[in-house]
Design a protein. Structure first.
Length: 143
């Protein structure tokens, strides 16, 4: 009987001591927040780009590069533009701390003329969740 009580009390002590512990390796716990107080921080090398003079009808692109200078993975949630003539493409995979990513912007000048300014709104899980990028171009008639 004494052995049974010792085993029973040992079992209870183990169960109680493990209450609230979540294993990082257990896939069943993958969706749980594990005391991660880190922050993603997005820094672009440039926040604006000027294409200069471009011929009407031309498609021009620019690759904005950025870095995650935070302590947790950075995820781009969306990148939207002020006009359907401007299309952003971005890395959808998480960017690890100190990792780099790209956001490519393609501007279709068809039907445009004069000075054009387009804004790209980038939303992410970073400490500053919304960043604005700007592209400009002077669209001249095609020759």
């Amino acid at each position: 009987m004494k052995k049974f009580i010792i085993i029973y009390l040992s079992f209870i002590a183990i169960v109680v001591s493990n209450c609230g512990n979540v294993s990082k390796k257990n896939p069943a716990n993958a969706g749980l927040q594990l005391s991660d107080t880190g922050t993603a921080k997005i820094y672009f090398n440039e926040y604006q780009h000027d294409f200069g003079k471009v011929a009407e009808g031309e498609k021009v692109g620019y690759n904005f590069t950025f870095q995650n200078k935070g302590t947790t993975s950075l995820v781009i949630i969306s990148a939207t533009t002020t006009c359907g003539c401007t299309v952003p493409k971005y890395d959808t995979k998480p960017i690890v701390p100190d990792g780099n990513g790209n956001l490519e912007v393609v501007f279709d000048t068809s039907g445009r003329s004069g000075i054009q300014t387009k804004i790209i709104t980038v939303k992410s899980n970073a400490s500053i969740p919304e960043v604005l990028l700007k592209i400009t171009a002077e669209v001249v008639p095609a020759k």
